[in-house]
Design a binder for this molecule. Structure first.
Ligand code: 0X9
Ligand code: CA
Ligand code: CA
Ligand code: ZN
Length: 310
């Protein structure tokens, strides 16, 4: 489990219990299901928040997914913050109520349950990034848009950015693909905007990741400008640095390029606290930062939810 000083983080059982509590306390606006199983057979839960939550209404849908990378535990806390805020504040906060009544919000707190359990199960952090399939696949190099195209991933199974044997070879990314594909209703993708949460460096990133060109196949100047405008607006609220993801470094097979390239989802990656972490330690801030560093993103989350309706 998490070591001393980190008890405020949710392990997998605690995360599941937290989602169950949200649903129990707010059954009219929250429901929990599973998008599928990990390599080791763990469920990957998803929480839906909306009015008339049992119905698939014609409302713009928004996706927040966390913890693709095992050691990035602060992101799970971010997803739980979103889950709690949009349910606990529903009765008191008109802006929250408007968002819940006019959107369908999907939250996946742990995309990589095997990796995140492995990272903490000995009581000492393992600094683990990938899933637990063989030597581990980097889930954020396994998505099926221009997979392995551009030198932005590793073909060595021992590499930290190993892309896997084929696109979607990881059960966890395949489950994400199937879930997102399932949100195509009547030929239209219902998910209009998304944030894939990571740590660390305090960045707001947008596609493309596989090329440093702004305008390219599947990205017009107008589309790029919208990404930059909304990204800049969100970054103003949390003090992160906004940039195209390939300005950080080139990746191929990451979630952003597929969400946009395949489904035209306004998809961002947020790299959370800290800005500079001194290597591996940056992935393991003590639990006393959780409240501040997750609340820091409330306004950006609200902007993204708004923008899903634009
Ligand atoms: O490398 C990643 O997958 C992400 N950074 S992390 O430190 N959390 O591993 C960033 C992915 C964003 N995409 C690009 N930089 N192209
Ligand atoms: Ca609804
Ligand atoms: Ca819907
Ligand atoms: Zn990451």
């Amino acid at each position: 489990d998490f070591p001393p000083g980190y008890e405020g983080y949710h392990n997998l059982d605690e995360m599941n219990a937290e989602l169950d509590t949200v649903v129990k306390d707010h059954p009219d606006i929250a429901s929990k299901s599973s998008i599928g199983k990990s390599f080791e057979g763990r469920d990957i839960p998803v929480l839906k928040i909306s009015d008339n939550v049992g119905q698939d209404e014609d409302e713009p849908e928004v996706l927040f997914n966390c913890n693709q990378h095992a050691r990035e535990h602060l992101t799970t806390e971010m997803c739980l913050r979103i889950a709690n805020r949009f349910t606990d504040e529903y009765a008191n906060d008109q802006a929250v109520k408007d968002a819940v009544d006019n959107r369908e919000i999907w939250i996946i707190p742990v995309v990589n349950p095997d990796g995140s359990s492995y990272d903490v199960e000995s009581g000492q952090f393992q600094g683990w990034r990938k899933n637990r399939q063989d030597a581990g696949t980097d889930l954020n190099r396994n998505w099926g848009y221009k997979w392995g195209c551009c030198g932005g991933s590793d073909d060595d199974p021992n590499g930290e950015t190993y892309r896997g044997t084929a696109e979607w070879s990881a059960p966890e990314t395949a489950a994400m693909r199937d879930f997102i594909d399932s949100r195509v209703v009547g030929g239209a993708q219902q998910i209009k905007a998304a944030i894939d949460w990571h740590t660390y460096s305090e960045l707001v990133l947008w596609p493309m990741g596989h090329t440093s060109d702004d305008v390219t196949e599947d990205m017009t100047q107008e589309e790029y400008d919208r990404f930059a405008r909304v990204g800049g607006e969100m970054a103003q609220t949390n003090g992160y640095t906004p940039q195209q993801s390939s300005d950080l470094y080139v990746t191929d097979g990451d979630s952003l390029d597929w969400m946009w390239g395949q489904h035209k989802i306004l998809a961002y990656t947020f790299e959370m606290y800290p800005a500079n972490g001194g290597g591996i330690d940056g992935f393991y801030p003590p639990d006393d930062v959780i409240a501040k560093e997750t609340a820091r993103n409330d306004a950006a989350v609200d902007i993204l939810i708004r923008e899903a309706g634009a």
